[in-house]
Design a protein around this ligand. Structure first.
Ligand SMILES: [Zn+2]
Ligand SMILES: [Zn+2]
Length: 285
């Protein structure tokens, strides 16, 4: 019942959400398109192939995954209510800054593994392959993702944080800081996809960059494949042996070798079909 009422709220908020997403889209375009034009990594058109599909993905990704996150978070909430109260009391007593930092790092760790499994587990790769299908990368490619791919990683983060007791906002300021982190993380996702020839020196040890994430999309050979899964913190890739960021070198080719349907409808349906029809297979390079 709780989930149904939350879904109703999400549904009722759809028009407002659409307006908000449109504002975000215009802001991102106004910010990133001129940067790409001024310092392009590769010469390519702004209004390129599949631009309209990616706009549709932008709105789908901003609306659909929330229904799954709410459902799974609600299940996790049940676990939280029946979990070890002494442990949760200890979690709630952690000082504010440490609690925010812990939430950020655990959220990043869960995202890393959700993303890595999306490459390594064949039925997850069927969905995630869509994000890797573009042969040209720009800021808007961030949005090309199957809604169920996004639902998987976001729900997993929500569930883990709930079960640890970190999703329980002890104060409005904690909830506000976490909301700001989510907004920054989302914006950063667009930035690291941007077609930008930009290096950040020592900062590249601290935070992901366009060069960093472009290597994640590289299709230059097996030695460069399946690197740089982290969304924000490169140290997590270092920790698990998937870090790759050479100096003064950039990928030459992007995309995947296995077939991916052209067009939004095919891309949304194909991963849901049985193996033989889907034509998908795990990324093997
Ligand atoms: Zn990926
Ligand atoms: Zn990407």
């Amino acid at each position: 019942m709780e989930v149904l009422s939350q879904w109703q709220q999400l549904f009722a908020a759809c028009p407002t959400r659409l307006v908000g997403l449109t504002v975000w889209l215009l802001l991102l375009f106004a910010l990133l398109a001129p940067l790409e034009r001024r310092w392009p990594l590769h010469r390519q058109a702004v209004m390129r192939e599949d631009f309209a599909d990616d706009l549709a993905y932008f709105f789908l990704g901003g609306i659909v995954p929330a229904y799954f996150v709410v459902a799974f978070a609600s299940l996790a909430q049940w676990g939280y209510q029946h979990g070890p109260t002494a442990f949760y009391a200890w979690i709630a007593s952690i000082p504010f800054a440490l609690r925010v930092g812990t939430t950020l790092i655990i959220g990043e760790l869960v995202y890393y593994w959700a993303h890595r499994w999306s490459h390594e587990v064949p039925w997850l790769w069927r969905f995630h392959a869509i994000h890797h299908s573009p042969t040209r990368i720009d800021w808007l490619v961030n949005t090309r993702a199957h809604p169920l791919d996004l639902a998987f990683s976001r729900s997993l983060i929500a569930v883990v944080l709930s079960l640890i007791g970190l999703a329980e906002s002890s104060s409005n300021s904690f909830a506000a800081v976490i909301a700001l982190v989510i907004i920054f993380n989302t914006g950063w996702g667009f930035f690291i996809h941007a077609n930008l020839r930009l290096r950040l020196g020592l900062l590249e040890h601290l935070i992901t960059t366009p060069a960093y994430h472009h290597w994640h999309h590289a299709n230059d050979g097996s030695e460069f494949a399946n690197k740089n899964y982290a969304a924000l913190l490169p140290c997590i890739d270092r920790l698990f042996g998937t870090h790759y960021l050479p100096k003064n070198q950039y990928p030459q080719r992007y995309g995947i070798d296995n077939p991916c349907p052209h067009g939004l409808a095919g891309q949304l349906w194909r991963p849901l079909l049985p193996d033989r029809q889907s034509g998908e297979r795990v990324r093997s390079h």
